[in-house]
Design a protein around this ligand. Structure first.
Ligand code: ATP
Ligand code: MG
Length: 603
């Protein structure tokens, strides 16, 4: 069916919506693809649905190609499965919870690991049933703290989520590899550039994990890559730590008066004056020689507030996102946490902490930091703090610092954590060269969950030897509505959207320009013929709409080919324009259909 603009439920807008910050949001609203219903919640209009369905179709085809089967779960689910895995609590404020008339708890699912696991448990019981991959394309609900950028971060959004079930680790590896390959194809077919990066396991537990990031300035994720092919999100970057140093001949630690040196800058300046470094040692102290101890406050999923001290070289800032991604192993409860610098109230409760002069203590026998110390504060250090390294750090008295405090000899710690900012130029952990930093949007995420969910929900099958074994799982997500937005974000110009052919709402946008009846008759006939040739056609048949408005709308809507029937008709030609390159050609009317069909075929 030819889509006639005179009939289409569409109202294009000249003005950007006031709440829109990014191009995709502005254009999708202005071009009549979506409409805001509430913060982070959108209504899909006919053109938007057309693009969305094309994205979904590509995903479905690639899922089918790896043997994954489609199912569909409710979005409204009871609390119990999520309680069994503790995610009812772990999600904190991140999910929508509600009650039914009998006061039973429900949630709008943010993701579906639990119920997929239970469904398989319900129906399958033998290794012969596995491997299995099942998926759905479905609405997800997350009460995002900062819904922004339209569809890029919605509170209701569509995700394709698949789950794999295998009897052993080798099976999981194979399922994971199949999904990874499918994701590469999906994004290739969508025409969306992505970089697969190593990710941290985060709150999901499990082990191997990669994110597919679409590089863009407006992305909220920072990732790194090296010329040699290393790529990771910043949370997952591992520091190249120095070797441990033999400290048997290291000078003993000494405390010096360093008045008015509460910051690293003042400390370095004072140190170079008061205790100049020997020439043999490099001559001058720098911030990298100091150990900065930063007090952070963690809000646990239980709501309890716990202080943690992080020791880092003074030339590096603490990166809270990296701390958050990696601190889980050191905390008493799993789940989503809040993290911020400790405030005055927090510090008041710790009288032994002297602000600006905090250190781990002067001897191993009398530590000030660490779970076995007088403060009992968890003390974690950056990987650069290896045994034998000597530091200038706080002596826990105002105006005093200790010099040559040797790690492992004079102080120790509860654990090592990836916690400092990653800088451009830092070495890649695999030796593949210096890192460069880039920003991206997470389009997909693949994840080896392992046995965490199967254990929590008791999903077991009988193996070849008749023994009950816990199933191992993977989970794999693609942001479907986010993909629509990312495609719009990276395919537009100052006049509007410029869809790639794979997802465009139509193949060709026919415009009747002018008033003559013969123009409309010719445009009508061409539209019908294009459609008969198998193309999807939008036809701007609106009478009494100026050519300027019609062309403006055509460019705003972003269909890849625009065919204009106008004045040239008298000479037997129509104008065919490539929306992306802007190149226009006059083509004989009788050759126009073939010309467009070829353009579509060539993609
Ligand atoms: P993000 O880090 O962007 O919040 P996430 O890691 O929480 O995403 P996952 O739980 O891994 O997301 O979900 C799988 C996919 O769903 C993501 O890769 C992303 O493409 C999409 N997605 C997640 N949250 C949203 C959202 N609020 N709006 C739109 N798409 C989303
Ligand atoms: Mg993710």
């Amino acid at each position: 069916m030819v889509v006639r603009l005179s009939q289409l439920f569409l109202r294009t807008l000249r003005e950007d919506p006031v709440d829109a910050e990014v191009a995709s949001h502005k254009l999708l609203v202005r071009a009549g693809y979506i409409r805001r219903a509430a913060p982070g919640i959108y209504t899909w209009l006919p053109l938007g649905l057309s693009v969305l369905r094309k994205v979904e179709r590509i995903i479905r085809e690639e899922m089918a190609a790896i043997g994954a089967q489609e199912v569909h779960f409710p979005a409204l689910l009871p609390k119990e499965p999520y309680e069994a895995t503790n995610r009812w609590t772990e999600y904190g404020e991140g999910i929508f919870r509600l009650k039914d008339r009998k006061q039973a708890d429900y949630l709008l699912a943010p993701t579906h690991e639990e119920v997929f696991t239970l469904l398989v448990k319900d129906l399958y019981s033998s290794y012969k049933d596995l491997p299995l991959s099942i998926y759905q394309i479905q609405n997800k609900y997350r009460d995002e703290a900062r819904p922004r950028a339209g569809l890029l971060r919605g509170r209701e959004f569509i995700m394709k989520d698949s789950y794999s079930f295998d009897v052993d680790d080798a099976g999981l590896d194979a399922s994971y590899a199949a999904h990874r390959a499918a994701y590469v194809k999906i994004f290739e077919r969508l025409g969306l550039e992505v970089v697969p990066v190593t990710a941290t396991a985060g709150a999901m537990g499990g082990s191997k994990s990669e994110e597919f990031l679409h590089p863009t300035e407006i992305g909220e994720d920072t990732f790194v890559r090296s010329a040699g092919g290393y790529a990771a999100n910043v949370e997952a970057v591992t520091t190249v730590a120095p070797e441990a140093i033999d400290f048997s001949n290291a000078p003993t630690a000494r405390v010096l008066d360093t008045p008015d040196t509460p910051t690293i800058e003042t400390l370095v300046a004072a140190s170079n004056e008061l205790a100049p470094r020997s020439e043999a040692d490099g001559g001058e102290w720098t911030a990298a020689d100091t150990l900065k101890n930063v007090v952070l406050a963690v809000t646990l999923p239980t709501g309890e507030r716990q202080l943690v001290v992080i020791g880092v070289p003074g030339d590096r800032a603490v990166d809270l996102k990296r701390v958050e991604a990696n601190i889980g192993a050191f905390l008493p409860v799993a789940g989503e946490i809040g993290l911020e610098a400790a405030n005055e109230d927090d510090l008041k409760k710790q009288p032994l902490i002297v602000k600006g002069y905090l250190g781990p203590g002067l001897t191993l026998d009398e530590p000030l930091l660490g779970s076995k110390s007088s403060t009992k504060l968890l003390y974690l250090v950056d990987p650069r703090v290896v045994s034998g390294t000597a530091w200038i750090t706080g002596a826990n008295q105002a105006g005093k610092h200790v010099y040559d405090l040797v790690a492992g000899r004079d102080f120790t710690w509860d654990g090592v954590i990836e916690c400092t900012e990653v800088r451009a130029g830092d070495p890649a952990p695999d030796g593949s060269g210096p890192l460069e930093l880039a920003r991206g949007i997470e389009m997909g995420h693949i994840f080896q969950l392992g046995r965490k969910y199967a254990e929590a929900l008791d999903l077991k099958v009988l193996d070849q030897n008749g023994k009950q074994v816990v199933v191992t799982m993977g989970s794999y997500g693609v942001g479907v509505t986010r993909a629509v937005a990312a495609l719009a974000e990276s395919n537009n110009d100052d006049r509007g959207l410029v869809w790639p052919r794979s997802v465009a709402p139509a193949d060709v946008h026919v415009v009747a320009v002018g008033r003559g009846e013969e123009i409309f008759a010719a445009a009508e006939k061409l539209s019908a013929e294009l459609e008969a040739a198998g193309l999807e056609v939008i036809y701007d048949d609106r009478p009494k709409v100026s050519p300027g408005v019609k062309f403006g709308d055509a460019e705003l809507l972003g269909v890849p080919t625009i065919l204009a029937v106008g004045k040239g008709l008298a000479n037997g030609v129509v104008e065919i324009k490539d929306r992306r390159s802007g190149e226009a050609e006059d083509i004989a009317v009788e050759k126009a259909v073939d010309y467009v069909v070829n353009a579509v075929r060539q993609k």
